[in-house]
Design a protein around this ligand. Sequence first.
Ligand code: CO
Length: 141
Amino acid sequence: MIGRLNHVAIAVPDLAKAAAKYRDLLGAEVGEPQAVPGHGVTVVFVTLANTKIELLTPLGDSSPIAGFLEKNPGGGIHHMCFEVPDILSAAQTLTEAGARVLGDGRPKTGAHGLPVLFLHPKDFDGTLIELEETRPLPPSA
Ligand code: CO
């Protein structure tokens, strides 16, 4: 069902500082901050050859990652995102098998403008998993 690792998301207390570290110290390709009000976060994407890192910081008062940063004030890995070809069919298969889809169970539009949903960390060994529907990429040259 799952395909490529689309990104690993890291919650950070200081987005500019974290972005500068990836750009200047690690020499990675780092994008501009993007507000994603629907998910209560501001994100910076770090593009790597085989996946992305998503640096997240809270946006607004009811950000879903505010509590995570309270427990992990220095930041930490927040979730992993796997690509799926058909998110509704993935949600149905998982729900039938007893896994919990967070929220109202329906996909939302994620930071890349594609449908995403999140699976309960208690059903996946303590890891919050995001699924993103993507069209398969052509094989790299
Ligand atoms: Co994500």
